[in-house]
Write a new protein. Structure first.
Length: 289
């Protein structure tokens, strides 16, 4: 019987910063427009957390039944390891998607932006078809596109719009920055798994472009957002707070560029997640002040 701690491990809590960062930036952008609403921000955070955990369980299930997770380095995979029945993992994924839908509906009702229901439905479909379905886009090197759109643009701009009813250019710049950091998180995760993914036909972007280019892309995904955060200082000078992240960002990039592989990339993955969270906190705060 699967224990509670194993379910928690399968949810991959280290990826949750990717869910929190866009809500922080989006709320900061709303505050800059004098329209921040903490209750709606909390709902947006709940939606983001539920979607992220749902994606993690969905990937666990889909990769597990395809046999692409048999040999891997990283967190526990419930399906591939036999720790939990595939059906139970699939049910957990859809339970989290259902929770995200309910919280999202509540947020839409409060904001009266009914067209956002279509955006939410698209986000759930994208979460499932990343590795699920007949032709998962994550297996064709398009995972970063999905992450950039839904955990960057949609998450940040949706958070701002449901609070302020409008968008600003710093919100757009912040959304692009957060999307790139989410791509960095996915890229280092897939870079770690390149040898095993290539063997089973899982052609992630890291597999398609090769390790050398994947490492360079990771560097761009990490460093460009800090520059974009600095651009936001034109509208809100306190956004320069993001410059304190430059040193840890460079350290992460150097470790990756020096050729870290396998288990050596696990702390880089955790560090990238914390970098994204720190960016969300500092940029969101900078926009709000």
């Amino acid at each position: 019987m699967t224990t509670a701690s194993e379910w928690v491990a399968g949810a991959r809590p280290r990826t949750l910063p990717a869910a929190a960062a866009p809500v922080l930036v989006g709320t900061g952008a709303a505050a800059q427009l004098d329209s921040a609403m903490l209750g709606r921000a909390a709902l947006a955070l709940g939606v983001a957390f539920a979607l992220q955990i749902g994606v993690n369980y969905a990937n666990d299930y889909s990769d597990g039944i395809r046999g692409t997770d048999t040999e891997r380095v990283g967190p526990l995979r419930l399906t591939a390891s036999g720790t939990a029945r595939p059906g139970a993992v699939k049910a957990a994924a859809f339970a989290m998607f259902g929770l995200a839908a309910l919280l999202g509906l509540w947020l839409v009702v409060l904001s009266a932006q009914w067209w956002l229901l279509l955006v939410g439905a698209a986000a759930i479909v994208a979460a499932w078809t990343y590795t699920g379905g007949r032709s998962p886009y994550g297996y064709r090197g398009l995972g970063e596109v999905g992450v950039f759109v839904f955990f960057g643009l949609v998450a940040v701009l949706g958070t701002t719009y449901t609070q302020a009813g409008r968008l600003s250019w710093p919100a757009w710049v912040g959304a692009v920055a957060v999307g790139l950091l989410a791509c960095a998180l996915l890229m280092v995760n897939n870079l770690r798994d390149v040898p095993t993914d290539a063997l089973v036909g899982k052609r992630t972007l890291a597999v398609r472009v090769g390790e050398h280019r994947a490492r360079r892309l990771y560097g761009a995904f990490v460093l460009v957002p800090i520059l974009l955060g600095m651009v936001c200082a034109v509208a809100a000078p306190w956004c320069l707070l993001v410059t304190v992240l430059l040193a840890p960002a460079v350290i992460l990039v150097v470790v990756v560029q020096l050729g870290a592989r396998g288990a050596a990339l696990v702390p880089v993955l955790a560090g990238t997640g914390m970098l994204e969270l720190g960016f969300g906190v500092l940029l969101g705060l900078g926009l709000a002040l």
